[in-house]
Design a protein around this ligand. Sequence first.
Ligand code: C2E
Ligand code: CA
Ligand code: CA
Ligand code: CA
Length: 294
Amino acid sequence: TKEAGKAGHRWYSEEVESRRTRRLLLESALRTARKNDELQLHYQPKWNLESDRMTGVEALLRWNNPELGSVSPAEFIPIAESTGLINELGEWIMRTACRHYRSWQEQMQLQQEGWDGVSGKEQEFPLTVAVNTSGVQLLQPNFVERTMQIFREEGVDPSGFEFEVTESFAITNFNDVIDILTELQQCGFTVSIDDFGEGYSSMKYLCQLPIHLVKIDKSLIDPLTDNKRSRVIVSAIMDMAHRLGVTVVAEGVETQEQRRLLEKYDCDMIQGYLVSRPMPAEEFARSLVGGARV
Ligand code: C2E
Ligand code: CA
Ligand code: CA
Ligand code: CA
């Protein structure tokens, strides 16, 4: 038993050790990822059920490293947050999304001119771009000023952008978060709660945070078709949000049956593989040809 104990201990520390090694590896590679051009933004459509059109996209960060391969944001974002790298990354994400947004806007205007035969006629760009924003990033000093500076420099109006904020962070600094979200809204940005229903304090967030939009977590959408309880919960969230004047997006929608149920519950928008997987900016731009449809 003494041997087994030793072996158990050794196995445990090896596992801890290899996790630590991987973390250090990721951390140091992440420091040079941007400089080495290893980062990309992909975009996933948000589909409005009423108009049956794409009305927005969510920007999702991708990291491809020559040695590590493709690393999931679910793995590297927490590392970026705990090392403070997220601030620099976050600014790059916003700036890059602004540039993509402008290029799509120009592309749509050119198309419009082509169709109308009238040049210079401005067409309202119908898409909203959502960026994920970490709580760590949001709470850094001068976040709102720095953000506004980026949008000014890139010549993009805040009204085309949305911040998706994950609920789990807000547990601490709740009042600071309320202030920052309010400021962002005053600047013209849309603010949404991401992963709603995944955590424990969802109701508090819905009651107290100043938000326009709530995204129902995939974990509540997955069991929709074969679990009555989840249908009750999802339709209740929908009802509650609507009474509060909050728009609802269902995330991770993969099947036609899920879509049908969500339509029945008056869900405003869906996002998921059923509509489209996230795609590189250039591919997304090609899909815009012929109007804002995917
Ligand atoms: P999230 O914000 O909840 O994003 C949704 C995730 O679900 C994305 O994973 C997306 O690719 C995936 N997804 C979308 N539709 C479906 C579907 O129908 N089925 C399935 N199985 N998955 C679907 P991804 O891109 O791996 O991102 C994971 C998480 O990493 C995100 O969750 C977000 O919290 C974080 N993240 C991604 N990009 C950024 C970023 O630019 N900044 C920050 N701070 N976090 C990011
Ligand atoms: Ca999100
Ligand atoms: Ca989400
Ligand atoms: Ca999530």
